[in-house]
Design a protein around this ligand. Structure first.
Ligand SMILES: Cc1ncc(COP(=O)(O)O)c(C=O)c1O
Length: 412
């Protein structure tokens, strides 16, 4: 494996192709990332040599599959600096992880009059589960406002402090915004919530594979992420939960694998994390996730975050020169994660994305599962370019050239 960013593209077989007659420039990483050869090989190796169900088998393949699955759990604990592998629950992704907290912890603990706080910049995955559980329990959902006409001011932390009181039971927020590129001060938000007696749920979908995450230093109670957004396969995700909280929660789903004893009259479940993993787990993709974590840490997550933030800042500066453009999120010079979201006055984002595709540039256009934020900002949609470790300055140049061509075509 290479460690020089200019060569990392070679580790990702899917990038070795042309689109529209040009080398693929993949800038849709906030939606999903590509997989390095090391991850693809780990999956193939599992299916070719070890494929079996886990935990209950006493034959060689089942024991190897179980060892691989549990090694992935231990690796995930290390990846997040969690105190104990038992604090790692495998799920299908961020969405499933957040729903598990909402239905497993919040549904049992919220009462009418209680308050859940989330933010105006949440992905629907960290908003709708809270709307559902508030509806079920009679609790109220409130939002920390986003400031600035282009949401350039980030979260209004003074307003957050004013919202905190002993009715607040949950503070759920995204670490990095998938639409704005804002990096929220997670440690500070968690500390304030804790002082008010609330638990914290961090949506780490856009941060886990992009910076060092230390859940103990962050002080969060739950942290959720998806493998597919950090070089691992689709269909595998993680919920980190503080042991004490996980142990206090009843399972959300029942079935095989999560019980100690079953009688016709009732059942007794296993401790966490197995309690939350009913049915055959996604063994192969957990093993793929393990390989992805090794790969990312070999490159260095802090270096990855720096690399993609640098590319995003370059893109922001170059795009801001274009006529009729509106750029969202932190202004030039402010900290920004590896993505840029923008709208042209006269060209719809879907046209932008369709035309960019002709240039071999893969972007995303739409509301990015942030409909309420888009409404607040008065935008139907934006175009988003999101970077990862295999992107280069040439990719930024291709993005900007494509945008210039589109504006010329539309006479903008
Ligand atoms: C910030 C954020 N949260 C949650 C999600 C949902 O992730 P998944 O669809 O993998 O569950 C996404 C996906 O785009 C995201 O960007």
């Amino acid at each position: 494996m290479s460690s020089d960013f200019s060569n990392l593209r070679l580790d990702f077989p899917v990038l070795d192709q042309h689109v529209g007659g040009r080398p693929l420039v993949y800038l849709d990483n906030a939606a999903t990332t590509h997989k390095p050869r090391a991850v693809i090989d780990a999956l193939a190796r599992f299916y070719e040599r070890d494929n079996s169900n886990v935990h209950r088998g006493l034959h060689a393949l089942s024991m190897r599959a179980t060892d691989g699955y549990e090694a992935a759990r231990a690796r995930t604990a290390k990846f997040l600096h969690a105190a104990d592998p038992a604090e790692i629950v495998f799920t299908s992704g961020t969405t499933a992880s957040i729903n598990l907290v909402a239905q497993g912890w919040a549904r049992a603990n919220l009462r009418p009059g209680d308050v859940v706080i989330c933010t105006e910049m949440e992905h629907h995955s960290n908003m709708v589960p809270w709307q559902i559980v508030c509806e079920q329990t009679g609790a109220t959902l409130r939002y920390i406002p986003v400031t600035g006409d282009d949401a350039e001011g980030g979260l209004d932390l003074a307003a957050y402090e004013e919202m905190l009181n002993d009715s607040v039971k949950v503070v759920a927020f995204t670490h990095i915004s998938n639409t704005l590129g804002t990096i929220n001060p997670a440690t500070e938000i968690c500390a304030k919530a804790k002082a008010a007696g609330a638990i914290t749920v961090v949506d780490g979908a856009q941060s886990a594979g992009h910076e060092n995450v230390d859940v103990q230093a962050m002080g969060c109670d739950f942290y959720a992420f998806s493998g597919h957004k950090m070089a691992a396969p689709t269909g595998i995700g993680v919920l980190y939960g503080r042991r004490e909280l996980l142990d206090s929660m009843d399972p959300w789903q029942g079935g095989g694998g999560m019980i100690n004893i079953v009688n016709y009259e009732g059942s007794e479940w296993k401790p966490s994390p197995e309690r939350f993993e009913a049915g055959t787990p996604n063994v192969a993709d957990a093993i793929g996730l393990h390989a992805a974590m090794d790969y990312l840490d070999q490159v260095s997550r802090p270096a990855i975050g720096k690399h993609e933030s640098t590319l995003a800042a370059q893109a922001y500066d170059a795009l801001s020169q274009l006529p009729g453009i509106r750029l969202l999120g932190p202004r030039a010079g402010q900290p920004r994660a590896g993505l840029v979201s923008f709208a042209f006055a006269d060209v719809h984002a879907h046209d932008v994305v369709t035309f960019a595709d002709q240039d071999g540039v893969a972007l995303r256009g739409g509301h990015h599962c942030n409909q309420p934020l888009m409404k607040k900002l008065g935008l139907p949609s934006t175009t988003r370019a999101s970077f990862y470790l295999y992107n280069t300055e040439e990719d930024v140049a291709a993005l900007v050239a494509s945008m210039q061509r589109i504006l010329k075509f539309f006479g903008a």
